[in-house]
Design a binder for this molecule. Sequence first.
Ligand SMILES: Nc1nc2c(ncn2[C@@H]2O[C@H](COP(=O)(O)OP(=O)(O)OP(=O)(O)O)[C@@H](O)[C@H]2O)c(=O)[nH]1
Ligand SMILES: [Mg+2]
Length: 416
Amino acid sequence: MLVGVELKSHNGANPRESLDELGELAVTAGGTVIGDGVQKLEAPNPATYIGKGKADEFAKYCREQDIDTVIFDDELTPAQSRNLERIFNCKILDRTALILDIFARRARTREGKLQIELAQLQHLLPRLTRFWGHLSRQKGGIGMRGGEGESQLEVDRRKVSERIDRLERDLNQVRQQRGIQRSARQRNNWPLASIVGYTNAGKSTLLNKLTGAGVLAEDILFATLDPTTRRLRLPTNQNVLLTDTVGFIRKLPHGLVEAFKATLEEVVQADLLLHVVDVSHPLAEEQIEAVDAVLREIGAAGKSTIMVLNKVDRLKDNGSGAILKRLEERHPHSVAVSATTGEGIEALLNEIGTQLRPKREFLELKVPHEASAVIARLHKVGQVIERKYTGKTAKFKVRLPPHHHDEFARYVVKEL
Ligand SMILES: Nc1nc2c(ncn2[C@@H]2O[C@H](COP(=O)(O)OP(=O)(O)OP(=O)(O)O)[C@@H](O)[C@H]2O)c(=O)[nH]1
Ligand SMILES: [Mg+2]
């Protein structure tokens, strides 16, 4: 059963839509949704989140329907969880625990797994009750994982705390390793572009389209957890490192953002963000806001950003182009694309080139004709805008990545 609250003060936020998404998350985590309920309130009840009377009513429904898990659409306090568990007499989860559970299922790399387990245990620790552990041993289901996760629930708080310390130490080690790898990559001096966006917006599909990366892209929430970086060669000959990473969602648990900060460092360090939006989604605009909120939280707000208005092929199906127009007006650097059909991809490549152009130097060079290797090299690493052959030398106007400057320094006539 899914339970949400509609706050009277909070106009605009639609509890139905949020609950539908919660249902999608529950299904992604392997659950089956039997029913849901919403209560209108001035403010959440500090003891039981929803009102006590409503809780009793929902609990009765759960008993009738033989429901074994109730998921609340917000983060519950430890006290609320405990009280609700007593009233419902079954497992109580909140949105945070559910998202953590999905992440735990998806984590593949060692760092990903450590981060999730840490976030899960930190969420669980204050909520660890005998009742919870008892139930989980009997029934399994959402909110706990097999193997280590499950046995963790059976140990006492002290053991959980010890495990948290251990995980923090291990994570530090793994991150040092990643730091070394990253600095090796940066020695290439290629600009870094990060693909960000709401979960299921088509980020992985776009990376695949642009680079042939072969990343898993699926119609499920949080298909991608671990970042993948590929080289993208623009038509201007410029190389860009393109990273696809975890998707964002409304009410993304703060603990999870914390846990993923290291992974999201690619985003923080990026020279350019590609913000992918599923324009065929009815809540596209709310999703943009949710993504911007997470970007602010990780300190990546205000970066130069291209809005990639994706899945335009679907708009034609249902004839709702108004949203596209609205978004294009609001975001000056936006490109309408379809990552599946390839429509608009060329325009996107051009826009990436334009956005990264300030990173390149615009130079005038004079190269003797006989230095054909130098001329060939110039065409390979730079974007030749103009060439003139006069007398013994060839004159070029070229956009060049700064790290190639030394190589051609002796031919530079002036900076343009
Ligand atoms: N029709 C259409 N479908 C698309 C397009 N781009 C992506 N999709 C589909 O949307 C679904 C999600 O795509 P992904 O690339 O996995 O999305 P993602 O943003 O990486 O999602 P997460 O990793 O789960 O956060 C897949 O079923 C894709 O085939 C598009 O341009 N048009
Ligand atoms: Mg993905």
